[in-house]
Design a protein. Structure first.
Length: 64
């Protein structure tokens, strides 16, 4: 493996790590809002349920 490829690999890992950190921050923001306002939990649960329903319908359409 040459030095350039090793550098590129490290850059890709850094970018991926930063994306994971950003995702975790977003998750923690949602978690904090739920802890501060438990009524938000119902809103989040509703969104997750809607998303799951959409995914199920799309899967059914593409599998048929």
């Amino acid at each position: 493996m040459n030095e350039q490829r090793a550098r590129e690999a490290v850059e890709h890992l850094q970018i991926a790590a930063l994306e994971v950190i950003a995702s975790l921050r977003a998750f923690l923001d949602v978690a904090e809002s739920i802890v501060r306002d438990p009524a938000q939990a119902a809103n989040v649960a509703g969104m997750v349920d809607d998303l799951a329903g959409t995914a199920e319908r799309v899967t059914r359409i593409h599998v048929s």
